[in-house]
Design a protein around this ligand. Structure first.
Ligand SMILES: NC(=O)c1ccc[n+]([C@@H]2O[C@H](COP(=O)([O-])OP(=O)(O)OC[C@H]3O[C@@H](n4cnc5c(N)ncnc54)[C@H](OP(=O)(O)O)[C@@H]3O)[C@@H](O)[C@H]2O)c1
Length: 331
């Protein structure tokens, strides 16, 4: 069955967005072998045209590049989008904990009040906006108390620059600390058919506390899209290049999985990616599924997933196929 684009609320914020979200990490280029600005802008606009309102970005995606492209794509139509962006991976200071270098710039995990107030202005400028719908701590900073970070975010919310607050890459203790302070609307975590760790620790906490969960890498970096065959070569700084996740054995398992669930996909006139995303959105506790796309064709493919409603029979068939074909993956 297929229907309207599925919409859901971000925590208790009152902000609603499409359950399928466009991820723009690849659009920033870094770790994805580069970016094509015109294709990226077209992908963002195609998503919006197809009813995908949630656009996820971050300053770290190409040191501002992804946010800038999102800002350009949304020129004249900012109010049709729900922008999620992030703070806490900084390159303007060496405070906090060193995380990685990007283009020769040391990037630190730092969530002190001073940096958050600096970062939001940079993001707003790049995004050509005066507010951010969902502002998320990107990675957790062991040098700053969550209490200080949340007070800064709450101040931004009170000023109208932020509409909802999220945290990403948290462990259970950190999530409990956020919950204890109060005001957290969402978490953003890796989750897909082959990355289900959060079902055990984080999802019970979010479900009990009215917090939304945005899954990231919902297609396992494209492995579950059904189109990455044994001959696909990743070039440049593409993170998939020497990644065991993309071993030939894993690609064969993904292909066997695709064949097994083809009847379910066909029943909905759906692609494999659409079927995977629709399954993801139906998992208990998963509110939004972020899916990266860097051209209009991928964007439209993923957008339609938000109109597909799988039934109980479909879920049984997919769950059996996951258990039979997607086990003992190289990682
Ligand atoms: N908070 C965090 O720390 C964090 C971490 C990771 C991601 N995220 C967010 O989550 C978003 C989604 O995750 P992701 O981008 O890492 O991975 P993903 O959504 O699992 O995979 C994205 C890649 O899959 C391929 N793809 C996507 N849709 C397709 C389709 N319909 N048909 C064929 N191929 C398709 C494309 O790669 P190719 O065309 O290059 O093959 C695309 O770049 C990110 O963009 C980012 O916004 C957040």
């Amino acid at each position: 069955m297929s229907g309207q684009q599925l919409l859901r609320e971000i925590g208790k914020s009152g902000v609603a967005a499409s359950a399928v979200g466009l991820g723009t990490w690849a659009i920033g280029g870094w770790m994805w072998g580069g970016t094509d600005e015109a294709e990226s802008i077209a992908a963002i606009q195609a998503s919006l045209d197809a009813g995908v309102t949630l656009i996820d970005t971050a300053p770290a995606y190409g040191l501002g590049r992804s946010e800038e492209i999102v800002g350009k794509a949304l020129k004249g139509r900012r109010d049709t989008a729900v922008i999620a962006t992030k703070c806490g991976l900084v390159w303007h200071t060496n405070k906090g904990k060193h995380f990685f270098d990007q283009n020769g710039n040391p990037v630190h995990r730092y969530l002190g009040r001073d940096a958050i107030f600096h970062e939001i202005e940079e993001s707003l400028r790049r995004l050509r906006s005066d507010y951010i719908d969902l502002y998320i701590t990107h990675w957790q900073d062991p040098t700053t108390a969550i209490d200080e970070t949340m007070r800064a975010l709450e101040e931004l919310k009170a000023s109208g620059k932020v509409r909802a607050i999220g945290a990403s890459n948290v462990n259970a203790a950190e999530l409990e600390a956020y919950i204890a302070v109060g005001g957290l609307d969402a978490i953003q975590e890796r989750f897909s058919m082959i990355d289900r760790e959060i079902e055990a620790d984080l999802l019970p906490l979010t479900q009990a506390n009215g917090i939304s969960t945005l899954s990231y890498s919902s297609l396992a970096l494209g492995l579950l899209s059904g189109v990455i065959g044994p001959d696909r070569i990743f070039s440049g700084d593409d993170q998939r290049r020497d990644n065991p996740r993309f071993s030939v054995a894993n690609r064969e398992k993904a292909a066997a999985f695709a064949t097994t669930i083809r009847p379910v996909a066909d029943k909905h006139a759906a692609s494999l990616a659409q079927t995977v995303i629709a399954w993801t959105l139906a998992q208990p506790g998963i509110t939004f599924a972020l899916c990266g796309a860097r051209n209009p064709s991928q964007a439209l493919d993923n957008a339609r997933a938000g109109t597909i409603r799988l039934d109980a029979e479909d879920h049984s068939a997919i769950d059996a196929a996951i258990a039979a074909k997607l086990t003992a993956m190289d990682r």
